[in-house]
Design a protein around this ligand. Structure first.
Ligand code: TXA
Ligand code: MG
Length: 348
């Protein structure tokens, strides 16, 4: 199959809408990461998503809507109070809500679960595509399974060339990390996957919010993931990544020492650091993660892809505090590192 890469325009959106209606796949931009879309109501089309990504069939998809009127047919009961508050505060935007599903939603979409994940994206091209298709669109991130999520159309092409007929190029994504996935089955909203809508924001809108314990640690033996995506190793660079936490100067010292030892052992080390710290690493090979947690959310997946392109076989990354969007950053970075996190010794 030949893959076309087209800038977002009325013509390319119309063509993309036709492809979706015909059961084909389209790569498209959202404010979080690029998605790989198919008609959510066409089981055959949805199966193609799993094939193109190499995605395990037990990892459910998010259904994207561009109008609140598209929600009732997908869900089994009226949204409750908390859901309505969160929808009013954060839709359209980078938040996905889990609802009991209606019979219209195929178990292929939900991987056999009796719930469905729904998101109303803010990106104008994503909304225009759903409008053009005149159907809700099921879409995971447009990476091959196990690779970092794509934040540019070039990343999508890297992973999907020859596997999809069309990729819409809408430039780099704003947030850079996938949406916040929120379970509504308990008394308080529970974050299954942190994202751009932070715990603090959810708590302010809903009067409280809890974070699933699996967000910042690996699943225990025999533990069932509430969000099936959490049980897979994600966002993985080819090299072995270690995260170093602690006081600023101690972190830089520890990373330098580990880097130098790796180099002396004949390895190809690489450092991922906050922009302001780069000079402290001297002539060691280091890439910038941006100025702060928001910058890191934006840059992280692209830097993990760069690390592979540079053939780094051992990586050391700085960390950020886990408040605000820092929680999402440390969740993704933790998974990329298979939760290899070490504390640097010493304090200043
Ligand atoms: O920002 C995003 O959410 C992007 C863009 C394209 O919208 N999409 C995305 O999809 O990240 P994906 O497939 O890469 O991640 C979906 C996550 C997975 O962790 C999956 O397990 C979880 O949502 N999920 C989907 N349906 C679920 C359900 N019914 N219950 C619990 N978790 C669910
Ligand atoms: Mg994904």
């Amino acid at each position: 199959m030949r893959t076309e890469l087209l800038p977002v325009s009325p013509e390319s959106l119309a063509r993309a809408g036709e492809l979706i209606r015909a059961g084909q796949l389209v790569g498209f931009p959202t404010e979080t990461v690029y998605g790989l879309g198919a008609n959510a109501l066409d089981e055959g089309a949805v199966r193609r998503i799993f094939e193109a990504k190499g995605r395990p069939g037990d990892n459910p998809l998010i259904v994207h809507i561009s109008d609140l009127a598209q929600l009732p047919p997908l869900i089994a009961a009226e949204p409750g109070d908390t859901a309505r508050r969160l929808m009013a505060a954060f839709w359209p935007g980078p938040m996905t809500l889990i609802f009991p599903k209606s019979d219209r939603v195929s178990p292929v979409v939900t991987a056999g679960l009796d719930t469905v994940a729904v998101r109303f994206p803010a990106h104008p091209a994503a909304r225009a595509l759903i409008d053009a298709a005149r159907r809700p669109i099921a879409a995971p991130s447009a990476n091959r399974s196990g690779r970092p999520s794509p934040t540019t159309a070039a990343h999508v092409l890297e992973d999907m060339d020859g596997r999809v007929p069309l990729i819409l190029d809408g430039g780099p994504c704003d947030v850079g990390l996938e949406s916040t996935v929120v379970d509504l089955s308990g008394a308080e909203p529970r974050i299954l996957r942190p994202g751009g809508v932070t715990r603090e924001m959810l708590a302010a809108a809903a009067g409280g919010a809890t974070v699933d314990p699996a967000v910042l640690r690996p699943l225990g033996e025999g533990e069932v993931a509430r969000s099936p995506g959490m049980k897979y190793r994600h966002y993985a660079p080819a090299g072995e990544l270690t995260i170093v936490t602690g006081a600023e100067a101690a972190v830089i010292r520890a990373i330098c020492a580990r880097y130098d030892a790796a180099l002396a052992a004949g390895r190809r080390p690489l450092i991922l650091a906050l922009e302001g710290h780069l000079p402290a690493y001297g002539d060691r090979r280091a890439l910038s993660l941006g100025a702060d947690a928001a910058g890191m959310a934006h840059a992280m997946f692209a830097r993990l892809r760069d690390a592979d392109a540079l053939d780094a076989d051992v990586l050391f990354s700085e960390a950020v505090p886990t408040d605000g969007v820092g929680l999402a950053v440390m969740n993704r970075l933790g998974r990329a590192a298979a939760f290899r996190i070490v504390e640097a010794e010493g304090d200043a």
